[in-house]
Design a protein around this ligand. Structure first.
Ligand code: MTE
Ligand code: MO
Length: 255
């Protein structure tokens, strides 16, 4: 009935999802200014290059005491993560979100179904467990609690399991965590429809927890009788992933 005991800090994941820039190599002023020059030339228009630069600049921002990198027009700080080599694209024509398990009313929502429900907008910091943080990021979508209420969760239920159409990633929350007002089935981020790279058309957004909880490409919500550790949790991350109070880290809370 309870979650697995948290791993001690010594057993941090064997496969950290940190990019190589995290290794601690300092990034010099000259490299930084050279990169600024690239942005001014408009090279950022190429999406794949932009992604590479975002990763690079995110790392630079971690290490740059002047905060200069914060001025770059790159959408700021996010890094692209996927544990799957390729992920299909889905849109309003083929996207479905199923709700099943220990419920009396299973459901399958289309994107239009989700868009027609009351939307909640929240602006909080985003914090990845590898150290990067993106301040003040608006997310918008349907409260998970609303979908759970609509499904009529049975009294024996204790937890929720999330699955993704990348075919690999999973996550979990206790039912109590899942019913918090700051947990969204998010359709928008930074006041735009969620793009594919950020887990669109629909991702989970668990504001008070490390960003690995916020499963991208969300396709399934299954109500269960116990917490089943998710993808990264089977590889050492804490199941209860409160920012600043888990994973041996002391970050400022995001909520
Ligand atoms: N499906 C899926 N969701 C995921 C991940 C993933 O690899 N696959 N990575 C997680 C981690 S560790 C982080 S930090 C964020 C990254 O989100 P982003 O790619 O939008 O920056 O997604 C989380 N959700
Ligand atoms: Mo992360």
């Amino acid at each position: 009935m309870t979650s697995v005991p948290p791993e001690p800090p010594e057993s941090r994941p064997a496969e950290p999802h940190a990019p190589s820039e995290e290794a601690g190599r300092p990034i010099g002023r000259r490299v930084l200014l050279g990169t600024l020059g690239l942005g001014a030339l408009g090279v950022l228009a190429a999406p794949t290059l932009q992604r590479g630069l975002e990763g690079f600049l995110g790392a630079a921002a971690d290490k740059d005491p002047t905060g200069l990198t914060g001025l770059l027009p790159n959408g700021g700080g996010f890094r692209y993560y996927s544990v799957a080599a390729s992920v299909p694209h889905k849109d309003a024509t083929d996207y479905r979100l199923t709700v099943d398990g220990l419920v009396d009313r299973p459901a399958a929502y289309t994107l239009d179904d989700l868009r027609s429900m009351p939307q909640t907008r929240m602006t909080r910091d985003v914090q990845c467990v590898t150290g990067w943080r993106v301040p003040g990021t608006p997310f918008e979508g349907v409260r998970l609690s609303r979908l759970l209420d609509a499904a009529k969760v049975r009294p024996t239920a204790k937890a929720v399991r999330f699955t993704c159409f990348d075919g690999t990633y999973t996550e979990s929350l206790t039912l109590g965590q899942a019913r918090r007002a700051d947990v969204l089935v998010a359709l928008r981020m930074q006041d735009k429809d969620l793009g594919h790279d950020h887990g669109g058309p629909v991702r989970l957004y668990v504001a008070p927890m490390y960003f690995y909880k916020s499963a991208k490409w969300l396709s399934g919500i299954t109500v269960t009788d116990e917490v089943r550790p998710g993808y990264w949790e089977e590889r050492g991350y804490d199941v209860d992933a409160w920012v600043g109070r888990s994973n041996g880290r002391s970050d400022d809370p995001t909520s």
